[in-house]
Design a protein around this ligand. Structure first.
Ligand SMILES: *[C@@H]1O[C@H](CO)[C@@H](O)[C@H](O)[C@H]1NC(C)=O
Ligand SMILES: *[C@@H]1O[C@H](CO)[C@@H](O)[C@H](O)[C@H]1NC(C)=O
Ligand SMILES: *[C@@H]1O[C@H](CO)[C@@H](O)[C@H](O)[C@H]1NC(C)=O
Ligand SMILES: *[C@@H]1O[C@H](CO)[C@@H](O)[C@H](O)[C@H]1NC(C)=O
Ligand SMILES: *[C@@H]1O[C@H](CO)[C@@H](O)[C@H](O)[C@H]1NC(C)=O
Length: 552
């Protein structure tokens, strides 16, 4: 027992050992360490693949919309002539909220405040990858990467400089959308506004306004707008230990500095306390546009914000467990959510995102299923209560289940989207082979799409608990949009991203990690009541299970 606690200390100690450190002051101004590690790790891996087409830099047409330092803002674009789906991705990277934190950011993380060093091209992974193996459902979509250079969680509208900086995050999002219209967005049918971390907060804050801009102001009503928020759903619980700068205070200050804009409906509810709208669980019920939430149950940024640091005591671990429980509860009324029980932060543009699974369904599969389910929102607007919408959705699930009883979720991985089918001659033969197997799949090929379409509920439903319960009894796992991992221990599942050794960048297996710290495996075995030969022959995953069970 005691040994196990030690193990965990060392192991999480690794995560926090890297430059960002455990000091919450430092952390507040820097992106989380493992991200950096992963980025270094990933960029060194870029293959010289002739199929890889890079994202190309485009500056905004309106030169007065700028990064913090007054340099021109912009985006990176890879067009796909054969696709009518667009994915806009908002980059993350924390924020700064007053003179001091912004000056520090300027000194230490200038790349988050200026476009002056932007390269001509970029290569991003995950949902922005053009590689079919890495990104089976959206490799052929139109991809837009928007670098984060305003330090305002994409919510600012400050055009005049304070002492040094402007904060025009929300203006950038609007201008990106406007500039994309003549580049092909005009003819599209679907826009996914996505983002990670601060970018995910940006998604939530800019989602309804983006839809209004496209559907109402620009009158492009055929474009269905949806949001995907990765790792930006935070809770403002009482921290484990008092912090010098609680997140709420920082946001309050930041909002003034940034001349922040939050969505109207939320602002109306919270009146003089608009900072509330930066927290997903408060903002979400006010949103009109469909939103998919991804969140690690043990998000590193959340753990830092709660000042629980590298846990060394039972009390700290209890706090972390409760943090996971609270997060699970906060998803009670969220209709589309994917929350694995891992210690990590962000996922959408990571190369190995296909490995992120809950009960054998990968995140991209779940996301794709959600994205496809409702192709066209009904014309009818707000007079539809959420309960009716949910019931329709339940009905839809039942029909779906009857129809696709034998539906094998794993097969979805091999499915190609409509978009993909229209392009790339050299893939045609492969594709034809795939077509044959398609009949049984939901929402992945035309015939079924039509069926899906005719039965679907409008997207602005926010399911009520009773309805969710009703759904649970049925076989509705098929296209379930709510996936919350059941096990409560961080890293309890092997599909969690590998932890990386911060010094070498190498992946580490749990057992390797223990050994690398010179842990005496004999005493571990002893503590578990297993003899050494058995211990050595044990399947690592079995051992991991054993260890995690011992601890709770
Ligand atoms: C450019 O953006 C600024 C700041 O939002 C705005 O005041 C101005 O009208 C815009 N100019 C054009 C030509 O759209
Ligand atoms: C939209 O589609 C029309 C007809 O197919 C084409 O003429 C036009 O150039 C397209 N516009 C853009 C911006 O791609
Ligand atoms: C979910 O909705 C119900 C009914 O509106 C409400 O009472 C409950 O507090 C909500 N749960 C969360 C976590 O917001
Ligand atoms: C881990 O995931 C697998 C497959 O997704 C699942 O069967 C298993 O129950 C999970 N483990 C725990 C401890 O929840
Ligand atoms: C998916 O495709 C791979 C290779 O293309 C194949 O080995 C695998 O059996 C396929 N899976 C299913 C479920 O069809």
């Amino acid at each position: 027992m005691h040994i196990f606690v030690q193990v965990i200390v060392l192991w999480t100690g690794m995560i926090y050992a890297f430059p960002a450190g455990t000091n919450s002051n430092v952390v507040l101004e820097s992106p989380i360490s493992t991200n950096t590690i992963q980025r270094i790790y990933e960029t060194s891996e870029i293959k010289d693949n002739e199929e890889t087409r890079l994202l190309k830099k485009v500056f905004l047409s309106n030169r007065s919309i700028t990064c913090n330092d007054g340099s021109q803002a912009g985006f990176y674009l890879r067009k796909s002539h054969s696709s009518k789906t667009w994915i806009i991705y908002l980059e993350g990277g924390w924020y700064c909220f007053d003179q001091q934190t912004c000056r520090n950011r300027w000194l230490r993380q200038r790349h988050f405040m200026t476009s002056s060093q932007w390269p001509e091209t970029r290569n991003e992974g995950g949902i922005l990858s053009p590689n079919e193996e890495e990104n089976p459902f959206w490799w052929n979509a139109n991809h837009v990467f928007v670098p984060y250079c305003t330090s305002d969680s994409w919510s600012g509208s400050r055009k005049s400089r304070d002492e040094m900086f402007t904060f025009m995050g929300t203006l950038i999002v609007q201008q990106v959308v406007k500039d994309l219209v003549p580049l092909g967005l005009k003819n599209s049918t679907k826009l996914l506004l996505t983002g990670s971390s601060a970018g995910a907060v940006g998604v939530m804050i800019n989602l309804d306004p983006t839809r209004a801009l496209l559907n109402d102001v620009l009158n492009l009503k055929q474009i269905e707008v949806r949001g995907v928020a990765d790792s930006g759903w935070f809770l403002d619980r009482t921290p484990y230990a008092p912090t010098l700068r609680p997140a709420v205070d920082a946001i309050r200050k930041g909002m003034q500095l940034w001349h922040a804009k939050v969505p109207k409906r939320c602002r109306k509810i919270y009146g003089s306390e608009p900072w509330n709208c930066y927290f997903g669980y408060r903002l979400y019920p006010t949103l009109k546009t469909p939103l998919f939430i991804f969140q690690w149950l043990f998000d590193e940024v959340q753990m830092n914000a709660d000042n629980v640091g590298a846990p060394v005591t039972k009390q700290q671990w209890d706090y972390i467990h409760k943090m996971g429980d609270a997060l699970r509860q906060s998803f009670e009324n969220v209709s589309a959510v994917f929350a694995p029980s891992c210690i990590s932060h962000s996922v959408l543009t990571k190369k190995d995102w296909l490995n992120v699974k809950i009960e054998d369904v990968s995140l991209p599969q779940a996301l794709y299923c959600w994205e496809r389910q409702h192709l066209k929102p009904r014309k009818k607007k707000h007079n539809r209560g959420p309960s009716i919408a949910s019931e329709e959705s339940t009905l839809f699930s039942h029909r779906l289940n009857r129809k696709f009883k034998n539906f094998d979720l794993l097969e979805q991985r091999n499915a190609t989207s409509d978009d993909e089918r229209t392009s790339h001659k050299r893939k045609r033969r492969k594709r034809r082979r795939k077509e044959r197997g398609k009949e049984r799949k939901c929402c992945t090929f035309k015939g079924q799409n039509e069926r899906c379409e005719s039965n679907v509920a409008p997207q602005n439903q926010r399911s009520r608990r009773s309805v969710l319960k009703a759904q649970k009894g049925s076989n509705s796992e098929v296209c379930s949009h709510r996936r919350l991992e059941r096990c409560t221990w961080p890293q309890c599942n092997r599909s969690c991203p590998r932890l990386h050794n911060p010094f070498t960048g190498d992946e580490m297996d749990f057992i390797e990690l223990l050994k690398s710290f010179g842990l005496d495996m004999e005493s571990v075995a002893d503590a578990l009541g297993i003899d050494m030969p058995t211990f050595n022959n044990m399947d690592p995953s079995e051992l991991l299970n054993l260890l995690t069970q011992q601890s709770s």
